[in-house]
Design a protein around this ligand. Sequence first.
Ligand SMILES: NC(=O)c1ccc[n+]([C@@H]2O[C@H](COP(=O)([O-])OP(=O)(O)OC[C@H]3O[C@@H](n4cnc5c(N)ncnc54)[C@H](OP(=O)(O)O)[C@@H]3O)[C@@H](O)[C@H]2O)c1
Length: 259
Amino acid sequence: MDEEKTWAIVTGASSGLGAEFATALAARGVCPVLVARRDAPMRQLAARLHQDHGVDVHVEPLDLGDPGAAADLHQRLRQKGIRPDILINNAAFGLSGRFLEQDPGRLRAMLQLDVVAATELTQVFGRDMAERGRGHILLVASLAAHQPTPLLAAYGAAKSYILAFGEALHVELGPAVKVTVLSPGLMQTEFFDVSGYAPKASLRRTMLPASQVARIGLDALFAGKPSVVAGALNAVMAFSARLMPRHTAAAMALRMAEG
Ligand SMILES: NC(=O)c1ccc[n+]([C@@H]2O[C@H](COP(=O)([O-])OP(=O)(O)OC[C@H]3O[C@@H](n4cnc5c(N)ncnc54)[C@H](OP(=O)(O)O)[C@@H]3O)[C@@H](O)[C@H]2O)c1
């Protein structure tokens, strides 16, 4: 592989926001490394991006929920001579509904992917970037990270971890390695099928296209911002949650979720 190319790992690139990150990066001349479990949609995306933007695209089918997946990916890319300058930590899924009724296996898998894999990927690729004295890491959190989220309790808390983790690393690893947290609000992706979360009509009106959210995230990342909430209305919602006691914000979130 050509060392001169700029490579960007995009996790969760087989659908939704991840596919849009890969598309937006390819349009900027960056070569994406697509990572997710489903091979076929990533191969289709890779062919399209190569044709439309002339960039090399590498597909790495991998279950990031497997323990050791981050080290495995690092090893695989090293063997192929790919040293990514950009890491987009996007892969995640949600679990909605009453916490006590959630399946313990799914809960563990969610925490392994959303928290552990994102943390380990950031460390293993962040070390390489720090050694080279440059790099960019984007962590995808959620509007749910900014307040307690009953009926999405563990998912929201996992995203609160990502928000605090990324904002801490922004200060700790910068300015050489730039770390940014993106908090999307609702987007129409496969997320709802996987999580079982069905937002009410009033909330659905706040939805932004995933392509727009990807652009907002990448603009913030390349501008060196610590954190960005996608969309003005979502930014107001995140900010207003800070103005009230957390218990009140949690109670309001439960009322909104229950309708
Ligand atoms: N959609 C929303 O309303 C919303 C709101 C706020 C934040 N977010 C966040 O946005 C990010 C992208 O989600 P999305 O909306 O684009 O959902 P999505 O369409 O369901 O995409 C999730 C991606 O993660 C991948 N993935 C899931 N489990 C994996 C595993 N074990 N190993 C590797 N890859 C795995 C999926 O691919 P495979 O199934 O092929 O593995 C898929 O490519 C997530 O971090 C999510 O929490 C979404």
